[in-house]
Ligand binder design. Structure first.
Ligand SMILES: C[S@@+](CC[C@H](N)C(=O)[O-])C[C@H]1O[C@@H](n2cnc3c(N)ncnc32)[C@H](O)[C@@H]1O
Length: 255
């Protein structure tokens, strides 16, 4: 059993570590998690304070809902497309920079298995603290987890010292150019580099830099997700107000 218990409360998820001491748990109050939760099975209800909560399985969507957040995260819509289009899976060596809150790294870790190798890089200590805490929870909850190494610093300054060759590199930062320059020589033949670019000038600059370093831009797109819901008078229809932009995705291949 993992050291974490996932509790569902309507749309909210609480991740509670099974420690044997009386603590204040944000959103739930003061209690001893080990005493109250260790005998609760997945699917069972438990009363904590005034709230009935249900123990949920510790799957990726629950960990994403219950994660700590600091920097803006890459969500399932874009992470899923990046993973599929870059062909990321077990055995791969993957670089995720910057780590931020590890939204993308949680998705990567879930598909890479024990044979994968995930390298994360992040210059800001306060972001890394949150991202690494989210990854540590996931390592306790997922049945398999890749070898994970983390470097502090700017990707363009530290990636060259790792001595690694990558199957996939994903760059999510404000200015990608120096990172693309530093990472392109470290891609294996046939490996892919992706940029997550919130605005069009970032996308254009990524595109040009990829060309300049000899990568071939294979695909660039914005993925549009249009949520639907049940209408109060019957039927289903697009929901109002949830049709937002996240970022443009660009994938380039070394071949
Ligand atoms: C939007 S956040 C990344 C979010 C992350 N992809 C996620 O899904 O949670 C961007 C991060 O890139 C980091 N960053 C900025 N420039 C960087 C660089 N040159 N190398 C590595 N990380 C960088 C920032 O400190 C920030 O934490």
């Amino acid at each position: 059993m993992s050291d974490w218990v996932v509790l569902g409360e309507d749309e909210r998820i609480h991740m509670v570590e099974l420690v044997d001491s009386t603590l204040r748990i944000k959103g739930l109050g003061v209690f001893n998690p080990k005493l109250i939760l260790s005998e609760i099975e997945v699917g069972e209800e438990v009363l904590i304070g005034q709230k009935y909560l249900t123990r949920m399985p510790a799957r990726l969507p629950e960990l994403i809902k219950g994660m700590q957040r600091r920097a803006q995260t890459i969500s399932a819509k874009d992470a899923g497309a990046l993973i599929s289009r870059m062909g990321i899976g077990p055995g791969d060596c993957v670089l995720d920079a910057g780590l931020g809150s590890a939204g993308l790294s949680l998705h990567l870790a879930r598909v890479m298995g024990n044979s994968g190798h995930l390298l994360t890089i992040e210059p800001r200590e306060e972001h890394a603290e949150v991202g690494l805490a989210n990854l540590a929870r996931a390592a306790d909850c997922f049945p398999e987890f890749p070898q994970h190494d983390h470097c502090e610093g700017l990707v363009d300054e530290v990636v060259g010292n790792t001595g690694l060759e990558f199957d996939a590199v994903i760059l999510d930062m404000a200015d990608h150019s120096a990172a693309i320059n530093a990472c392109a020589p470290m891609l294996k033949f046939g490996a892919r580099l992706a940029c997550y670019a919130p605005n069009t000038s970032q996308l254009e600059s990524c595109w040009q830099t990829c060309i300049d370093v000899g990568l071939n831009v294979e695909w660039a797109a914005e993925i549009i997700e249009r949520p639907w819901g049940r209408a109060s008078k019957g039927g289903v229809r697009p929901t109002k107000g949830a049709f937002g932009h996240t970022a443009f995705l660009l994938i380039a291949i070394k071949n």
